[in-house]
Every structure is written in structure tokens, then in C-alpha cells.
Design a protein around this ligand. Structure first.
Ligand SMILES: [Zn+2]
Length: 66
């Protein structure tokens, strides 16, 4: 799977610090759910942070696998 490149040890550390800063909904402060959508044909991973309470997408980031 192409997501292997993203899911290495270095990326996990960066991901943890990102989550500490950005893991709350700006509207209701509920903890966000992070969803990764892999677009394998485009070699990208879309990272979406969504509030499970009010269904607001707080942020979407693109990660290039290569
Ligand atoms: Zn919310």
C-alpha cells in the first residue's frame, strides 16, 4: 500500500505534535476525529479533521507521498 511511506516513525512524531495543538473543534471544543483519505492514483493523502458533534470540517491538509 502506498500509505506505508507516510506512516513511518518520523511522520508519527510530527503527527503527534500537530494533534496536540489542533485537536479541538473551534466551535464546541469537542475532540476532533482525524480521517485520512488515500488517493492512490494521485499519490496523495488527504487529512481531514472533523468534529463528531457539529460535523464541521476543521481542516483539510494534503500530504504528498513522494
Ligand atoms: Zn464542534
Amino acid at each position: 500500500m502506498e500509505v506505508e511511506n507516510f506512516n513511518n516513525e518520523q511522520s508519527e512524531k510530527r503527527y503527534d505534535s500537530y494533534i496536540e495543538a489542533m485537536n479541538q473543534c473551534p466551535l464546541c471544543t469537542t475532540e476532533l476525529e482525524i480521517v485520512y483519505r488515500v488517493k492512490s492514483d494521485q499519490e496523495k493523502v488527504l487529512e481531514e479533521a472533523q468534529c463528531p458533534s457539529c460535523k464541521v470540517k476543521a481542516s483539510t491538509k494534503e500530504h504528498h507521498l513522494q
